[in-house]
Design a protein around this ligand. Structure first.
Ligand code: CS2
Length: 507
């Protein structure tokens, strides 16, 4: 492995900016698109032009275009950000091209991706996203907007009909702000033209992502016109999909590191782990040959997505909250600290694993592979970032399995300690002088609860578990769980995280 700090110091400031014209002068080890990016037409509209999309779907699409030759050229992506994000503007200045760096234990591999034929900054786009969706060449709409973008009521999974963005989009369908408003306006235009709707493929990291999005869009459409809602339910396909690749957000030093690898200046490179998985519910309709980039088409995505959410994303939550409390900054630093890797292995093997319908012959290697991925030191994955919006994640990633474990009489101390660590982030704010910041829509409520209750940990545990919109309905053996959670809160209050983990592993 090269030393990344040394790399950052030696990047030359005067490198040529990446563009179609300069791409050919990239260093010889850099892989270039196996097609002419200027010849692409757009067949895919993507919403959410962030790092994850570019490290995952756009890369897989590049492989598909390469594999399909001439007929692949219709699958260029119009990749849009709906709001503040300026990534599309940076990509426009470099003809949609960007560098993807895969970082594994054995070094870095850089590739220029050209699949984004049209980076779209929605607020300044002359066409507008509904018109792009309704273009008959658009056969697929893919999304990575995060679940918060779907504007759902957490308790019911239905659209928040009174959300300001929903109300604004109902008044002005021309330039929608919300994901659901954009999809509904585009689909209404397809219907008005008597056209065939594109397939809408959610690539957001939540269970039943396609079905969830379908309900949100139909709810929005029903607020406009019941017939539109019925047409969407009948005519539009929303397959489910499971996406997996660890793609941290861009760090300032990444620009110099990418430049050192390629010799070109890229304002929007992406760094990702080598691993990639994309499991898509099979659907009828035209699409790129994504299998060429590793995608799999299956009849039921649910087992894949549950395993991934509980094992990978659940472990991420525990590492983020416990690692953050221990003063560690990244997932890999946390995995390398004493006790943490063994703790996460136990969480996956003894707590989450037994709740999954996977035979040991599949589960064991999957967990081993995850332990290696989480420990990948070349990936700087910020714990505070992973810890964001835990209130929208804890139910699917931790609580469902905890409930099943209690019902089966299986102890789940690692899960309980992880939840306690999350609560501690909010409790610590004003008591220890530690600057603890965790972005979460429920942050104010959580901090308030901790402040009002103070150090009565039984009451704290009761108050948090009582928040059904976050933790779900009361657990079986409620009193037992309150006791365990309050013990864990007390332990984290009294002792350093490492000691608490060491004791848990000994017991
Ligand atoms: C992470 C995910 O931030 C988070 O919630 O757990 O983004 C994770 O890196 C991806 O789901 C990996 O596929």
């Amino acid at each position: 492995m090269q030393d990344h700090t040394t790399i950052a110091r030696h990047a030359e400031p005067a490198a040529l900016p990446l563009s179609r014209r300069t791409m050919g002068s990239a260093r010889p080890a850099v892989r270039l698109p196996g097609y002419d990016p200027a010849a692409l037409r757009t067949g895919i509209l993507h919403l959410g032009c962030g790092a994850f999309h570019r490290g995952h779907q756009a890369f897989v699409t590049q492989r598909a275009i390469e594999a399909q030759g001439e007929s692949g050229l219709r699958w260029g992506i119009a990749s849009a950000s709906l709001v503040r994000d300026t990534t599309p503007r940076r990509l426009q200045a470099q003809d949609g091209l960007y560098t993807l760096v895969e970082r594994g234990g054995d070094g870095d591999r850089a590739e220029i991706v050209g699949a984004i034929a049209a980076p779209v900054h929605a607020p300044s786009d002359p066409l507008g996203l509904p018109a792009r969706l309704a273009d008959p060449d658009t056969r697929l709409v893919t999304l990575t907007t995060t679940v918060e973008g779907y504007l759902l009521e957490p308790a019911t999974g239905r659209l928040q009909a009174d959300h300001p963005d929903v109300l604004a989009d109902l008044n002005d369908a021309g330039r929608p702000r919300s994901v659901v408003g954009t999809l509904a306006a585009g689909l209404a235009a397809v219907r008005a033209q008597g056209g065939r709707p594109p397939v809408i493929l959610s690539c957001d990291n939540l269970s039943a992502n396609g079905a969830t999005l379908r309900r949100a869009v139909a709810d929005f459409a029903a607020l406009r016109d019941d017939r539109l809602a019925a047409w969407i339910e009948r005519e539009v396909r929303f397959p489910n999909s499971m996406v997996d690749r660890i793609v941290p957000a861009l760090m300032p030093e990444d620009l110099d590191e990418a430049q050192l690898l390629t010799g070109l200046r890229d304002a929007a490179p992406v760094f990702a782990e080598p691993f990639l998985q994309w499991v898509i519910e099979a659907f009828d309709g035209e699409r790129p040959m994504w299998e060429a980039g590793g995608a799999r088409f299956v009849s039921d995505v649910e087992p894949f997505e549950t395993a991934k959410l509980r094992l990978l994303n659940g472990s991420h939550m525990l590492l983020a909250y416990l690692g953050g409390l221990a003063g560690l900054r990244t997932v890999a630093e946390t995995m390398a600290a004493p006790g943490f890797a063994a703790f996460i292995a136990r969480f996956m093997r003894a707590e989450q694993g037994p709740t999954l319908a996977l035979p040991a012959s599949e589960l064991d290697p999957y967990i081993d592979q995850l332990l290696t991925r989480l420990g990948n030191e070349a990936i700087r994955h910020d714990v505070a970032r992973i810890g964001r919006n835990g209130s929208a994640k804890v139910a699917t990633r931790l609580m469902t399995a905890l409930r099943e474990n209690i019902e089966a009489g299986r102890p789940a101390p690692c899960t309980v300690l992880g939840i306690a660590a999350w609560i501690r982030w909010f409790a610590l704010r004003d008591t220890s002088g530690t600057e603890v910041r965790l972005i979460d829509p429920a942050a104010a409520t959580f901090k308030n609860t901790c402040e009002t209750i103070g150090e009565d940990f039984t009451r704290q545990a009761e108050a948090f578990l009582g928040m059904e919109e976050v933790f779900g309905p009361p657990l079986p053996d409620h009193d037992g769980v309150v006791r365990q959670l309050s013990d864990a809160l007390l332990a984290l209050h009294r002792e350093p995280v490492e000691l608490v983990i060491a004791r848990l592993l000994r017991d």
